[in-house]
Design a protein around this ligand. Structure first.
Ligand code: SF4
Length: 178
Protein backbone atom coordinates (compact mmCIF):
# COMPACT_ATOMS: atom_id res chain seq x y z
CA UNK A 1 0.00 0.00 0.00
CA UNK A 2 1.09 3.59 -0.56
CA UNK A 3 1.79 5.91 2.35
CA UNK A 4 -1.57 7.62 1.89
CA UNK A 5 -3.44 4.28 1.85
CA UNK A 6 -1.64 3.12 5.00
CA UNK A 7 -2.48 6.38 6.72
CA UNK A 8 -6.18 6.00 5.78
CA UNK A 9 -6.11 2.41 7.11
CA UNK A 10 -4.66 3.70 10.41
CA UNK A 11 -7.39 6.33 10.67
CA UNK A 12 -10.05 3.66 10.00
CA UNK A 13 -8.53 1.47 12.73
CA UNK A 14 -8.51 4.38 15.16
CA UNK A 15 -12.15 5.18 14.40
CA UNK A 16 -13.36 1.57 14.71
CA UNK A 17 -13.89 1.95 18.46
CA UNK A 18 -15.98 5.09 17.90
CA UNK A 19 -13.77 7.37 20.02
CA UNK A 20 -14.85 10.82 21.14
CA UNK A 21 -11.28 12.05 20.97
CA UNK A 22 -8.74 11.21 18.27
CA UNK A 23 -5.05 11.95 18.88
CA UNK A 24 -3.39 12.25 15.48
CA UNK A 25 0.37 12.44 16.08
CA UNK A 26 2.19 13.63 12.94
CA UNK A 27 -0.35 11.94 10.62
CA UNK A 28 1.02 13.57 7.47
CA UNK A 29 4.76 13.21 8.03
CA UNK A 30 6.58 11.65 5.06
CA UNK A 31 3.56 12.01 2.77
CA UNK A 32 3.84 14.06 -0.41
CA UNK A 33 2.05 17.40 -0.51
CA UNK A 34 -0.99 16.16 -2.50
CA UNK A 35 -1.65 13.18 -0.23
CA UNK A 36 -0.97 15.35 2.82
CA UNK A 37 -3.80 17.73 1.95
CA UNK A 38 -6.11 14.77 1.23
CA UNK A 39 -5.44 13.34 4.70
CA UNK A 40 -5.95 16.75 6.31
CA UNK A 41 -9.28 17.17 4.52
CA UNK A 42 -10.32 13.63 5.47
CA UNK A 43 -9.58 14.29 9.14
CA UNK A 44 -11.50 17.54 8.99
CA UNK A 45 -14.47 15.81 7.33
CA UNK A 46 -14.50 12.95 9.85
CA UNK A 47 -14.27 15.40 12.72
CA UNK A 48 -17.37 17.24 11.46
CA UNK A 49 -19.39 14.16 10.43
CA UNK A 50 -18.69 12.09 13.56
CA UNK A 51 -18.65 14.97 16.03
CA UNK A 52 -15.11 14.02 17.08
CA UNK A 53 -12.60 16.11 18.92
CA UNK A 54 -9.18 15.81 17.28
CA UNK A 55 -5.82 16.71 18.78
CA UNK A 56 -3.52 17.10 15.80
CA UNK A 57 0.19 17.06 16.69
CA UNK A 58 2.51 18.40 14.02
CA UNK A 59 5.83 20.12 13.37
CA UNK A 60 4.24 21.77 10.32
CA UNK A 61 2.37 24.92 11.35
CA UNK A 62 1.11 25.23 7.77
CA UNK A 63 -0.70 21.89 8.19
CA UNK A 64 -2.06 22.97 11.59
CA UNK A 65 -3.48 26.10 10.04
CA UNK A 66 -5.33 24.01 7.44
CA UNK A 67 -6.98 21.67 9.91
CA UNK A 68 -7.27 23.28 13.34
CA UNK A 69 -9.82 25.52 15.01
CA UNK A 70 -7.43 26.25 17.86
CA UNK A 71 -3.62 26.08 17.89
CA UNK A 72 -1.25 25.72 20.83
CA UNK A 73 2.39 26.38 19.88
CA UNK A 74 4.87 24.50 22.08
CA UNK A 75 8.54 25.25 22.63
CA UNK A 76 10.83 23.31 24.98
CA UNK A 77 7.90 21.44 26.51
CA UNK A 78 5.74 24.47 27.26
CA UNK A 79 2.83 26.09 25.46
CA UNK A 80 4.19 29.51 24.43
CA UNK A 81 1.17 30.77 22.49
CA UNK A 82 -2.42 29.60 22.24
CA UNK A 83 -5.42 30.91 20.36
CA UNK A 84 -7.78 30.35 17.48
CA UNK A 85 -6.09 29.44 14.20
CA UNK A 86 -7.37 32.69 12.70
CA UNK A 87 -5.96 34.77 15.56
CA UNK A 88 -2.58 33.07 15.49
CA UNK A 89 -2.21 33.56 11.76
CA UNK A 90 -3.46 37.13 11.69
CA UNK A 91 -1.81 38.43 14.84
CA UNK A 92 0.82 36.09 16.27
CA UNK A 93 2.39 37.61 19.38
CA UNK A 94 5.15 35.20 20.40
CA UNK A 95 8.48 35.43 18.52
CA UNK A 96 8.61 31.62 18.10
CA UNK A 97 5.16 31.50 16.49
CA UNK A 98 6.19 34.36 14.22
CA UNK A 99 9.43 32.60 13.29
CA UNK A 100 7.52 29.40 12.48
CA UNK A 101 5.07 31.27 10.28
CA UNK A 102 7.87 33.08 8.48
CA UNK A 103 9.65 29.81 7.80
CA UNK A 104 6.83 28.42 5.65
CA UNK A 105 5.79 29.40 2.13
CA UNK A 106 2.99 31.92 2.76
CA UNK A 107 0.83 34.03 0.50
CA UNK A 108 2.69 37.30 1.15
CA UNK A 109 6.07 35.85 0.15
CA UNK A 110 7.45 37.34 -3.07
CA UNK A 111 8.52 34.79 -5.69
CA UNK A 112 12.21 33.91 -5.38
CA UNK A 113 12.43 35.04 -1.74
CA UNK A 114 14.33 32.67 0.55
CA UNK A 115 12.34 31.21 3.42
CA UNK A 116 13.51 32.35 6.85
CA UNK A 117 15.03 29.87 9.24
CA UNK A 118 15.34 29.85 13.03
CA UNK A 119 19.01 29.96 14.01
CA UNK A 120 20.47 28.05 16.94
CA UNK A 121 19.10 24.97 18.63
CA UNK A 122 16.51 24.18 21.33
CA UNK A 123 17.76 23.97 24.94
CA UNK A 124 18.53 20.69 26.70
CA UNK A 125 15.10 19.52 27.88
CA UNK A 126 16.64 17.67 30.84
CA UNK A 127 18.14 20.91 32.17
CA UNK A 128 15.87 23.76 31.16
CA UNK A 129 17.27 27.22 31.97
CA UNK A 130 15.52 29.39 34.60
CA UNK A 131 14.79 31.99 31.91
CA UNK A 132 12.79 32.16 28.71
CA UNK A 133 13.69 28.95 26.88
CA UNK A 134 13.60 30.74 23.52
CA UNK A 135 15.92 33.59 24.61
CA UNK A 136 19.05 32.23 22.89
CA UNK A 137 17.26 32.21 19.52
CA UNK A 138 15.03 35.26 19.91
CA UNK A 139 15.70 38.53 18.10
CA UNK A 140 13.78 40.43 20.79
CA UNK A 141 15.56 38.93 23.81
CA UNK A 142 16.47 41.42 26.55
CA UNK A 143 18.04 41.12 30.01
CA UNK A 144 14.57 40.74 31.51
CA UNK A 145 13.97 37.69 29.29
CA UNK A 146 17.13 36.07 30.72
CA UNK A 147 16.28 36.91 34.32
CA UNK A 148 13.22 34.67 34.78
CA UNK A 149 10.55 32.61 33.08
CA UNK A 150 8.19 35.02 31.27
CA UNK A 151 4.60 34.99 32.54
CA UNK A 152 1.60 34.08 30.43
CA UNK A 153 0.04 37.26 29.04
CA UNK A 154 -3.68 37.37 28.19
CA UNK A 155 -3.86 39.20 24.86
CA UNK A 156 -7.54 38.74 24.08
CA UNK A 157 -10.30 36.34 24.92
CA UNK A 158 -8.84 32.89 24.18
CA UNK A 159 -5.47 34.28 23.01
CA UNK A 160 -2.45 34.16 25.30
CA UNK A 161 1.33 34.11 24.95
CA UNK A 162 4.25 33.41 27.29
CA UNK A 163 6.41 36.42 26.44
CA UNK A 164 7.23 39.81 27.95
CA UNK A 165 7.60 41.58 24.60
CA UNK A 166 4.33 40.72 22.88
CA UNK A 167 3.87 44.31 21.66
CA UNK A 168 7.31 44.37 20.04
CA UNK A 169 6.59 40.93 18.59
CA UNK A 170 3.43 42.25 16.93
CA UNK A 171 5.60 44.77 15.10
CA UNK A 172 7.81 42.07 13.52
CA UNK A 173 4.91 39.99 12.24
CA UNK A 174 3.48 41.90 9.28
CA UNK A 175 1.66 40.22 6.43
CA UNK A 176 1.72 36.59 7.41
CA UNK A 177 -1.78 35.77 6.21
CA UNK A 178 -1.76 32.53 4.18
S1 SF4 B 1 10.27 36.52 26.64
FE1 SF4 B 1 11.92 37.57 25.56
S2 SF4 B 1 13.30 35.96 24.79
FE2 SF4 B 1 11.33 35.01 25.35
S3 SF4 B 1 10.20 34.96 23.46
FE3 SF4 B 1 9.61 36.84 24.51
S4 SF4 B 1 11.01 38.42 23.70
FE4 SF4 B 1 11.87 36.42 23.15
Amino acid sequence: MSGGMRQRAMIALALACKPQLLLADEPTTALDATVQIQILLLLRELQRDLGLSVIFVTHDIGAAVEVADRIAVMYAGRIVEEGTARELIRSPRHPYTIALLKSRAHGALARGTRLETIGGAPPDLSALPPRCSFAERCALASDACRAAQPPVVELAQNHRARCIHTDAAAAIAPMLVA
